[in-house]
Design a protein around this ligand. Structure first.
Ligand code: AMP
Length: 284
């Protein structure tokens, strides 16, 4: 039987008891509406620690006022069912009041990487992410924390947060799990109409095309990006926020491709739904 803890105090007491017995805790932070991508993180966490805490919390502070906070899917009981095959799982599903009482006014902000890529389009987003993760880390006190490569920029920022604030946590990154046609699994895919869902497959095709270009020896940034933008441009339901080739550690754009690994990253709106995807490529 999976336990759902809703109070911060109860979660902290539970973590203390577990750690007092010499057991390890792995935290898998999520916003719920669990899919195979989330479950791959839980599986990896399960293989690493004695107890896995899956936090399920749609964090209001990482949504800008014009974003989808209110319509974000909240499916706690379904999520509990999705986790039923795992042992030693606890769900932490606090309320907004528990995490952000009226007096709340202290923030954690990363200063450099969070200004790039999605940071230019989602104002305040990463400040919300680093703040809620700091709170979760303090309450759950995990030995390990699991994140998806799917949110590439986020995982870079999380690693920075853990290093800069000296959290004694081993951050582990898991590969992106994809649908049959390559579309990266995301809770937001639920918003897509059948036509939009079909069109969204072009995002992964675009990354594959970039990989082919780079592995084929193309070194001209502009030529590659123009080709990729054209490919997405054939889908009238899709608008690009950004598509770029960057250094995988700094997220600084690479205008002249050399032999070092690069990250091809994109964000696009499919109808009203904003999706992101990325791929590490080794140019030849
Ligand atoms: P979210 O609920 O969207 O905030 O995601 C929670 C965690 O699951 C984050 O670390 C994500 O990077 C990870 N995640 C989301 N989608 C996928 C996916 N398709 N494959 C692997 N990990 C994912």
């Amino acid at each position: 039987m999976i336990k759902i803890i809703k109070s911060v105090k109860e979660m902290a007491n539970f973590a203390n008891r577990i750690k007092g017995r010499g057991h390890t805790i792995a935290l898998v932070p999520t916003m719920g509406a669990l899919h195979e991508g989330h479950l791959s993180l839980v599986e990896a966490a399960h293989n690493k620690a004695n107890i896995v805490v899956v936090s399920i919390y749609v964090n209001p502070t990482q949504f800008a006022p014009n974003e989808d906070f209110n319509k974000y899917p909240r499916t706690l009981l379904k999520d509990k069912t999705a986790l039923r095959h795992f042992e030693h799982i606890t769900i932490f599903a606090p309320s907004d009041k528990e995490l952000y009482p009226d007096t709340f006014d202290t923030w954690v902000e990363e200063g450099t990487i969070s200004k790039k890529l999605c940071g230019k389009f989602r104002f305040g987003h990463f400040k919300g992410v680093t703040t809620i993760l700091s709170k979760l880390f303090n309450v759950v006190r995990p030995d390990f924390a699991f994140f998806g490569e799917k949110d590439y920029q986020q995982q870079l920022i999380v690693k920075k947060l853990v290093k800069d604030l000296n959290y004694p946590i081993d951050v582990i990154i898991c590969p992106t799990i994809r649908e049959y046609d390559g579309l990266a699994m995301s809770s937001r895919n639920k918003y897509l109409s059948p036509k939009e869902r079909k069109a969204a497959a072009v995002l992964y095709k675009t990354l594959i095309r970039a990989k082919k270009d780079l592995e084929g020896g193309e070194t001209d940034y502009r030529r590659i990006i123009v080709g990729l933008s054209r490919l997405i441009g054939f889908e009238p339901l899709i608008r690009i926020d950004y598509i770029t080739i960057v250094n995988p550690d700094t997220l600084i754009e690479i205008k002249e491709i050399k032999k070092e690994k690069v990250l091809v990253a994109l964000a696009a709106r499919v109808g009203k739904t904003r999706l992101i995807d990325s791929m590490i490529v080794q140019p030849k």
